[in-house]
Design a protein around this ligand. Structure first.
Ligand SMILES: *[C@@H]1O[C@H](CO)[C@@H](O)[C@H](O)[C@H]1NC(C)=O
Ligand SMILES: *[C@@H]1O[C@H](CO)[C@@H](O)[C@H](O)[C@H]1NC(C)=O
Length: 330
């Protein structure tokens, strides 16, 4: 008796689950209007034959997948594309909302598409935010964030927060009576960014407004200590900039001064030699000093010879040099 009761109970649960799977278990995908391509449920690559269908406004096959080839049916080429064995909707429009079906080897998977317009909200990190939503005469409220439950408020007044939202989310007291289903999130985090939905009655209907796209700005933009440190940073940065500029100008001046000094030094050292003699005579002078034994005579003699050399061609000076060298031993 006990076993048969147990079996009956299990069978009942199975039937209930089956019923849920077929009735309310249909997955609803929320997609924003005019957003990048939406990928439909269903991967064709694991099916011998696959088919994507829609039943609104009329029953129609959108695309088929056979022999590893995906083909879009007539009349759907503009809106849909096949990509990597999947069906993509180019740019969702409100009229794309409705039920869809995916068949893989005859097995059906149903999907409901809901194309929505989102109210964009911008909030700085660590600030509180309230997303407005109103609905009269509803039995429950469910706030979703990217398919995950943020908060579920039951008719009996119990609040079930989603994972990671404990002690961070709240609703108005008696929200079901007042119809104010606005969600308040305290200390918004970067991970809170994205799509939010306000749904009622077991997620079958929506409040108003129901869709938000939350952007969480980094803490930097918020006033307080952060900005002070930023301005300090900017100040030190500008200080180093001016320091670099001053140093650059100073080094430029220094290089210029050094160049001028070097040039002047070069002028000073090269001027007397130019006035006295040409390089040729200088080499001659060296030769003489090498050959000569008596320095005093040599120092006086080149001067005269150089004077001669200026007046006469080089060959003559050589001859005079030879002469002087020959005269030396005497
Ligand atoms: C589709 O299925 C194939 C084979 O099962 C798999 O290799 C591929 O990664 C899937 N594609 C996607 C986008 O999940
Ligand atoms: C609805 O409730 C929120 C707090 O949850 C509050 O900030 C807002 O002012 C309320 N709206 C109205 C119209 O009372």
């Amino acid at each position: 008796m006990k076993n048969t009761l147990k079996l009956a109970f299990l069978l009942m649960i199975f039937v209930v689950n089956l019923y849920e799977a077929f009735s309310q278990g249909i997955k609803t995908d929320f997609v924003l209007v005019n957003t990048p391509p939406y990928t439909f449920l269903g991967n064709g690559s694991s099916c011998e034959r696959a088919e994507w269908r829609k039943s609104f406004p009329t029953d129609a096959t959108i695309a088929t997948y056979q022999n590893k080839i995906c083909q879009i049916e007539k009349g759907f080429h503009e809106e849909y594309i096949c990509k990597e064995n999947h069906l993509l909707l180019n740019s969702p429009k409100y009229t794309d909302s409705g039920p869809y079906e995916f068949f893989c080897n005859g097995v059906k998977k149903a999907l409901k598409l809901d194309v929505l317009y989102a109210v964009k909200v911008y909030m700085a990190e660590m600030h509180n935010i309230t997303l407005d939503c109103y609905a009269a005469n509803v039995n429950d409220v469910t706030w979703l964030h990217k398919d995950e439950i943020v908060l579920h408020y039951k008719k009996d007044g119990t609040i079930i927060p989603g994972k990671g939202y404990e002690r961070r989310v709240s609703l108005e007291k008696n929200c079901l009576k007042t119809g104010n289903l606005s969600l308040t999130i305290t200390e918004v985090r970067k991970t809170d960014a994205g799509l939010y939905l306000c749904l009622t009655d077991d997620e079958t209907t929506k409040g108003y407004p129901h869709t938000y796209l939350l952007h969480v700005n980094e803490k930097r933009s918020s006033p307080g200590n952060q900005t002070d440190s930023n301005s300090n940073e900017a100040q030190t940065l500008s200080f180093y900039k001016t320091l670099a500029i001053v140093f650059g100008i100073f080094s430029c001046i220094l290089i210029l001064v050094v160049v001028i000094l070097l040039y002047k030094l070069y002028c000073l050292t090269s001027k007397p030699s130019n006035g006295q003699s040409t390089p040729a005579t200088a080499s001659y002078h060296v030769q003489k000093s090498d050959d000569g034994t008596i320095d005093n005579d040599n120092t006086t003699s080149p001067k005269n010879e150089s004077q001669l050399m200026v007046n006469h061609p080089v060959q003559e000076s050589d001859t005079t040099g030879n002469k002087s060298s020959t005269t030396k031993p005497f």
